[in-house]
Design a protein around this ligand. Structure first.
Ligand code: HAM
Length: 408
């Protein structure tokens, strides 16, 4: 788990601000759901056999209540809220959320036990056009954040075409058990699709030759996949079809996608999502198609950092330095005046030597410093010092708001 210190927070705020702006442009509205849900929600929604639920979820008892869990992801809780509040009667819903998620994973770069997601869910549309629109929106969001990521696209079929494929895949994997790693062997029965996701080098020859679901899609899934690709082409969004892209959650059907970045090393996915047409029904609601995605904020921060993108941090326009008691009183009064006018300013409440106050002004990255003492109070005039150029210009204290209000 990580602390996000004030020096890093500007980047997080930028991501969140731009995400909110982009989501609003595409008609998404924010939803906030609890970080704790019933264990059964994730067992049913995400899948009891997935690593996320089976190995990584923080589960606990709460005095005689049903088993509870810290949410490992946001989709199940969002869909629960949609069902619980009967939101289907209001037609198509486009929702977004942000917040902490929890998975007991082995911590490494880009992988944490408490991490933060920004995610979107569309409930009530089965058309491939919404898949394309949503994927293009994520692409748009990354572009606005100055991030380049590769879009990988696949179809994971549906209950009509997947079962027969899984039988064949299992048979193939079983026939090559001895050339696959321990993890793969363990997954063949439990979660054979995930075997395709294995990154262990010696497993690759077997996995490369494995039967591909993309070659076995039923006609409606094929049609859907083709339409999503055509939609992305029309929107000018570049993608790579990756037949081995599988997702770690059971609810996906048809469209599956990920945005990856080389800046991340092994944990290369910055965002992932896909369609989950059966999930609302599984969670007790009326049959409702859905599609969503989530991005990992820690990973996005790493990518932005690797690209050398400096976050914009608001800094004080002026730092008021006091030379004596009269100056300190004046500084407090003038600071209140400036703040009332919406001009960010600061001062060192400890007073002390001019040198140490100037040091503090530098640390705060103030644009200007203004020294106030008995003389300045008496004359109503002071010198405004530009902290970058060291240049000093005379100012009237009563004209400060007007003078600094024009600072960009
Ligand atoms: P996911 O692929 O499990 O999908 O997670 C989405 C993103 O969250 C990942 O691409 C990654 O950036 C980030 N992430 C996941 N685990 C960690 C971790 N341990 N540490 C840091 N970042 C992490 C979902 O969660 C789905 N609910 C997405 C979705 C929404 N599908 C449909 N709707």
């Amino acid at each position: 788990m990580n602390d996000i210190l004030p020096g890093q927070v500007a980047r997080w705020q930028e991501m969140e601000r731009v995400a909110r702006e982009v989501f609003a442009l595409y008609g998404y509205r924010e939803v906030r759901t609890p970080a704790v849900e019933h264990y059964a929600l994730f067992a049913r929604g995400v899948g009891e056999m997935t690593d996320i639920v089976n190995k990584e979820m923080y589960v606990f008892e709460d005095k005689g209540e049903e088993k509870l869990a810290l949410r490992p992801e946001g989709t199940a809780g969002t869909v629960r809220a949609y069902v619980e509040h009967g939101c289907h009667v209001e037609g198509l819903q486009k929702w977004y959320y942000l917040g902490p998620m929890f998975r007991r994973e082995r911590p490494q770069k880009g992988r944490y036990r408490q991490f933060h997601q920004i995610g979107c869910e569309v409930l009530g549309a089965a058309q491939p056009a919404i898949d394309a629109e949503q994927i293009a929106m994520v692409d748009d969001l990354f572009a606005r954040l100055g991030v380049r990521a590769t879009l990988k696209l696949n179809s994971v079929g549906d209950p009509a075409c997947r079962p027969a494929y899984l039988r064949d895949l299992k048979a193939y994997l079983n026939a090559h058990r001895d050339r696959l790693c321990g993890d793969c062997n363990e997954r063949i029965e439990r979660n054979p699709l995930r075997v395709l996701d294995c990154k262990v080098e010696p497993c690759q020859p077997v996995l490369r030759e494995a039967p591909r679901l993309l070659d076995r899609l039923c006609a409606p899934c094929q049609e859907h996949f083709d339409a999503v690709k055509a939609g992305l082409d029309a929107l000018g969004v570049a993608y790579v079809v990756d037949p081995r892209l599988v997702r770690g959650l059971d609810y996906y059907v048809r469209t599956a996608y990920e945005f990856t970045s080389d800046a991340l090393g092994a944990q290369s996915a910055v965002a992932g999502g896909g369609r989950y047409d059966g999930l609302v029904e599984i969670l007790g609601g009326p049959a409702t198609p859905g599609i969503g995605f989530a991005l990992g904020q820690e990973r996005l921060a790493l990518v932005m950092e690797a690209l050398g993108r400096e976050p914009l941090e608001r800094r004080p326009v002026v730092f008021l330095v006091s030379a004596d008691e009269a100056g300190a009183r004046e500084a407090l009064k003038r600071a209140a005046e400036l703040r009332k006018a919406g001009i960010a300013c600061d001062l060192d409440p400890r007073g002390g030597k001019l040198k140490s106050q100037f040091k503090q002004a530098e640390r705060a990255r103030a644009r200007y410093a203004l020294v106030l003492g008995g003389d300045e109070v008496a004359s109503g005039k002071a010198k405004l010092k530009d902290m970058d150029t060291r240049e000093e210009t005379p100012v009237e204290l009563d004209g400060l708001v007007g003078r600094l209000g024009r600072t960009p």
